[in-house]
Design a protein around this ligand. Structure first.
Ligand code: EPS
Length: 386
């Protein structure tokens, strides 16, 4: 079983993760994870914090000589901003803490509901953990899963398909073309014309003190039929993937395949008909289901989309009420991202990689990579015989 825990506050000393269940013998380097972290930090529209951070991990356990050991992998990621917050965030407490108590909940954040739940009188105790800084930990975890999937020839590709009201013309590009178009993109967008318009929209939003959301898509290529299961609700892979994507900060909606559009079509325009050719086996000519039927992968490309709301931290004031004085005030901030959809897309790739790696291990098991690959090959061979 693959599992992980993360810990860390946004302005605390570090983020950490413990990952358990990764087979032994998987080639894994800190640099590999750092490359994914750098992608998360990029994307046009990020704010001042990303100029401070330069996310780089250190393995504390579970990896030796460039290979996983099969033991828990502990990963450590330092917050550079910590040096500016070490008194306020000190575990031992400091007199200066009292002057910096946060009592003004920001609309759209976990601040107020979180404080009510945990009986906090300082909203910093909520916002430090609810912050999207935590997603750096999920990218480091997800990239370990991504490394495992590479060994099984599964490829995960994310692309931004909408920012604000600007959408890409055609998200259905062949994989090679999609890859090459994404390579030089500043927004993880494969449509250069749309990207220019998105960048202009982000500039306008920044000047207006506003923020923008959008939609990103994550595709998984090379997934065989039979991952996940129809037999019980918590084994349905679409449910797990949707839960993982939905748990990303600011994500408000998830679609698989046609998603919400399927509701408005007649049944004849929603299902994917099944064909058989001796050298190809069973296949579909359409992929409206997005690669999953009945909670089980069907061998077609997995297509998932997530909608991200505009970041709620605005330079424009929003009405709120103080938790101590109960007085109304207007919430505004000094530092925020204008648009983080490209970052969310990288996080989406990470959480999808995690769920798929877990599903692959559930299907084919293996304490070592060699054993997993043997089981995987046998499974693929059996599918050919079906
Ligand atoms: C975030 C607010 C900003 C973002 C942060 C998420 O941080 P700060 O409060 O330090 O200005 O930069 O994102 C990250 C730190 C990150 O690594 O992505 C929030 O409130 O969610």
């Amino acid at each position: 079983m693959l599992r992980y825990l993360t810990a860390g506050e946004s302005h605390g000393p570090a983020l950490t993760a413990i990952i358990e269940g990764v087979p032994a013998g998987l080639p894994l380097s800190e640099e590999y994870i750092n490359r994914q972290l750098a992608r998360r930090q990029g994307g046009y529209g990020r704010g001042g914090r990303m100029k401070i951070e330069s996310d780089r991990v250190q393995f504390l356990s579970g990896v030796r000589g460039g290979l996983t050991l099969g033991s828990p992998i502990a990963v450590y990621l330092e917050n550079r901003d910590w040096s500016n917050w070490s008194l306020i965030m000190a575990p031992g407490g400091d007199a200066r803490l009292a002057e910096r108590v946060v009592t003004r909940p920001r609309p759209g954040h976990a601040d107020l509901a979180g404080a009510m739940k945990y009986r906090h009188r300082d909203l910093r105790n909520v916002l430090e953990r609810s912050s999207a800084r935590e997603t750096a930990a999920r990218v480091m975890v997800g990239s370990v899963a991504g490394r495992l999937l590479e060994e099984l020839a599964v490829e995960i590709v994310g692309q931004v398909v909408q920012v604000g009201s600007v959408s890409v013309e055609n998200p259905e590009l062949p994989l090679e073309e999609l890859r090459s178009r994404l390579a030089g993109s500043r927004l993880l967008c494969a449509d250069r014309q749309a990207e220019q318009k998105m960048i202009a929209a982000i500039d306008r939003a920044r000047e207006a003190g506003d923020s923008l959301g959008g939609v990103f898509e994550v595709r998984a290529y090379g997934i065989p039929p039979g991952l996940g299961s129809y037999v019980h609700w918590d084994r349905k892979l679409d449910g797990r993937l949707a839960g993982a994507l939905m748990s990303i900060q600011a994500v408000k909606g998830v679609e698989v395949g046609l998603g919400f559009a399927a509701a408005g079509r007649p049944g004849s325009a929603v299902q994917d008909e099944i064909f058989y050719e001796p050298n190809r086996g069973f296949f579909r000519r359409t992929n409206r289901a997005g690669g999953i039927e009945g909670g089980v992968t069907n061998g077609e490309t997995l297509v998932l989309r997530a909608a991200m709301k505009p970041i709620p931290t605005l330079y424009q004031p929003l009405k709120s009420a103080d938790i101590i004085t109960k007085e109304p005030f207007e919430a505004s901030v000094e530092r925020a991202d204008t648009c983080a959809v490209a970052a969310a897309c990288v996080i989406g790739e990470a959480v999808v990689s995690w769920e798929l790696a877990a599903a692959c291990l559930e299907k084919c098991g293996g304490d070592s990579l060699a054993e997993l690959k043997e089981n995987w090959r046998n499974y693929l061979a059996a599918l050919k015989e079906f």
